[in-house]
Design a protein around this ligand. Structure first.
Ligand code: NAD
Length: 280
């Protein structure tokens, strides 16, 4: 086992040292998805040792083999089950001796429909992954981080966490909920030396947006509405007139995990091409 480097040591020097290099251990879930993969690469390039957690084992294997098993490992887990969350936390501690950085990033989009038409099980499933899964992660990670003397937790919310969006009410509800969760956790964790923030992306080029675009085309039931047209219409609402790239979200996660953000906790950090400022 590699001896751990405690992030608290870095905190003590934070007023004189500003460095986005991550020397501490890092673990997160959602590792096999678009943003999770990008984060794994960005963090590993800065020296983090990572444990990726996802329910998709093939994707996990491919990310870990691209990073190398000397710095990366994976745990297959469904984050809605408490015992599996305890399991991945224990696996990270066993592999690296502790957890200094935790990216609570896994999420699902649900389906597209109005509230009256939305199946109740879609609402329950979205809340289970996007809210319960994040809360369970905090529940089991905070004690381990506290033992290390502190750390940084970054929860992936969304522009859908600060504003409404017709047709995806369970998703919007869940992404607002994690902001409240983050604020409560930030208050509880400040005395423990643990900072907690959310990163809030606008549409990003990953599987999730492809899925939402395809669902919107299907819901429109009009042959003139294509995925490309939906994408153009969505991008036209973003002042920078494009979707973001997963690496652009990963770079904000890196900032929030590093000592560059040593005075930042309880905050909502937009990575949205200006979308929250308004539309062009
Ligand atoms: P993605 O679908 O590529 O990745 C999500 C990952 O979560 C997948 O690998 C999936 O297997 C995993 N996952 C889902 N349910 C799980 C469960 N029960 N247990 C374990 N793993 C599970 O999507 P992404 O775009 O990389 O999304 C990452 C995060 O960013 C999500 O929380 C999403 O809501 C958020 N987000 C995405 C966008 C976007 O436009 N892509 C915008 C704002 C916020």
């Amino acid at each position: 086992m590699t001896p751990p480097t405690h992030i608290i040591n870095e905190h003590k020097r934070a007023d004189t040292k500003h460095d986005t290099t991550i020397k501490e251990d890092c673990t997160y879930y959602g590792g096999a998805g678009g943003i999770g993969q990008a984060a794994a690469k960005v963090f590993a390039a800065k020296g983090a040792r990572v444990v990726l957690v996802d329910r998709d084992e093939d994707a996990l294997k491919s990310v870990v083999s691209s990073l190398g098993d000397d710095i990366a490992s994976y745990v297959v887990a469904d984050i809605t089950h408490p015992e599996q969350v305890e399991g991945y936390v224990a696996a990270a501690v066993e592999r690296w001796g502790g957890i200094d950085i935790f990216l609570a990033n896994a999420g699902i989009e649900g389906s597209i429909s109005s509230i009256p038409d939305c199946p109740i099980d879609v609402f329950d499933q979205v809340m289970a992954v996007n809210v319960r899964g994040v809360w369970l992660g905090l529940k089991y990670v905070i004690p381990v981080m506290t033992e290390r003397g502190g750390g940084s937790i970054v929860i992936t919310s969304s522009t859908a966490g600060i504003g409404g969006s017709a047709g995806i009410s369970p998703y919007v509800t869940s992404k607002h909920a994690v902001i409240g969760m983050m604020r409560s956790a930030a208050l509880e964790c400040a005395p423990l030396g643990i900072r907690v923030n959310t990163v809030n992306p606008a549409p990003i080029e990953t599987r999730m947006m492809r899925s939402l675009e395809e669902m919107r085309v299907a819901a429109a039931d009009n042959s003139e509405i294509t995925v490309e047209r939906i994408k153009q219409a969505t991008a036209s609402l973003i002042p920078l007139l494009r979707y973001g790239y997963p690496e652009e979200v990963a770079n904000m996660m890196l900032f929030l995990a590093s000592d560059e953000s040593s005075f930042c906790t309880g905050g909502v950090y937009m990575v949205d091409g200006g979308r929250s400022a308004g539309s062009p």
